[in-house]
Design a protein around this ligand. Structure first.
Ligand code: KG4
Ligand code: ZN
Length: 343
């Protein structure tokens, strides 16, 4: 079964072809980082327009790389939400038109479901059930995943997402957009123990087993510090390292608690912050110490991409109980809780 996947929820145009038997055949990505850089963040209207420009050429390129024709496709999967409404509409319109023209199914995929299933693209893939730590620019969630569509929320952020905290802190120390990767790079030259930043919600974990997160206090601690000190190069690196250490410590502690609570021994990490090398090192160390397995997508599939959408679409198609009619209309869901995704 050959599925085309289309991702346009934010500032990346991602396209991929996934085969249920052979796995990922081809993928391509166009990042809009350069386009939004001058504005210090994503400008939604510019994002939509760029998706319009890029999407069809990328679809042609990926089909060519996969050695497939449009008529070989059995379904077209696309990110239906959550995300920027205009950006989502571009992917949804192209996917539904293509599917309608080909007489195949269009499958609206939840963006976070794409992220959390993305480690299944790897050769060393986790089997169900597992605990998923989803850490992206918009979400920070711990979930018990029993199978495709069976997601039980264990904890989530009460304010900023982990990626958002990285991006905001990066801005405070003079780094551009998107700040996460730049901050991580700067942190390599810093000393994590020079500043003692708070580990938000760790006390609650000890007291009541609360698996929720909160990162806005940590961001405020960085604001206070940067206002009271000259930010020379070494200080910026030290702030970056100390901040990264605080976020990673909290993510690791809560992930371990989620494993203990569920009695599971497999942890899946997905989303853009899952590309953070320090977080991966701390999780790997904990995994060998506490005897659990940890699974990550390849670095390039941590951030937004078409491959995870093609894969999720393919898995959704397999479990679809009844064949629905071919699409004649569609809608996007800019705000969409993963808990509302039915199995
Ligand atoms: O999953 P993603 O591509 O988009 C969303 O669905 O939000 O995640 C993007 C987020 C951004 O906040 C970015 O700064 C962060 O992931 N990120 C990182 C790293 N790479 C990307 N944060 C920390 N360290 C990284 N290496
Ligand atoms: Zn994402």
């Amino acid at each position: 079964m050959l599925v085309l996947g289309i991702e346009t929820s934010c500032d990346e145009t991602g396209v991929a072809v996934y085969d249920s038997g052979r796995g990922l055949l081809a993928h391509a990505l166009h990042s809009q980082v350069a386009l939004h850089d001058a504005y210090g963040g994503v400008v939604p209207e510019l994002a939509s327009r760029d998706h319009i420009r890029r999407l069809l050429p990328l679809v042609r390129e990926v089909l060519h790389k996969a050695g497939a024709k449009e008529s070989d496709l059995e379904a077209v999967a696309y990110t239906q939400g959550p995300g920027l409404a205009g950006a989502l509409l571009v992917g949804a319109a192209v996917a539904n038109s293509l599917a309608f023209g080909l007489g195949v199914r269009a499958i609206g995929v939840h963006h976070l479901e794409g992220h959390l299933l993305s480690p299944l693209l790897e050769k060393k893939a986790p089997s169900f059930p597992f605990v998923a730590l989803l850490v992206s620019g918009g979400h920070t969630q711990l979930m018990r995943v029993a199978g495709v569509g069976h997601y039980e929320m264990l904890g989530e952020t009460l304010d900023d997402a982990a990626g958002e905290a990285f991006d905001k802190t990066a801005k405070l120390i003079g780094l551009g957009y998107p700040g996460g990767p730049a901050l991580a790079k700067l942190a390599e030259r810093g000393r994590a123990d020079r500043f003692a930043f708070p580990r938000p919600m760790l006390e609650q974990l000890e007291k009541s087993g609360d698996l929720n997160f909160s990162f806005s206090g940590l961001k405020t601690a960085v604001v206070v510090l940067t206002r009271t000190r000259a930010l020379d190069e070494q200080t910026r690196s030290d702030v970056a390292a100390a901040f990264q250490e605080a976020v990673a410590d909290v993510l690791v502690a809560k992930s371990l608690a989620a494993l203990r609570r569920t009695g599971l021994s497999r942890l899946v990490v997905a989303g853009g912050v899952g590309a953070n090398v320090r977080l991966r090192a701390l999780l790997d160390a904990a995994a060998s110490r506490d005897k659990f397995s940890v699974f990550y997508p390849a670095m390039e599939f941590c951030t937004d991409n078409g491959a995870m959408i093609a894969l999720a679409g393919c898995l959704r198609l397999k479990i679809a109980k009844t064949a629905r009619a071919l699409p004649l209309g569609f809608t996007v869901r800019p705000r969409w809780a993963l808990a509302d995704v039915a199995a």
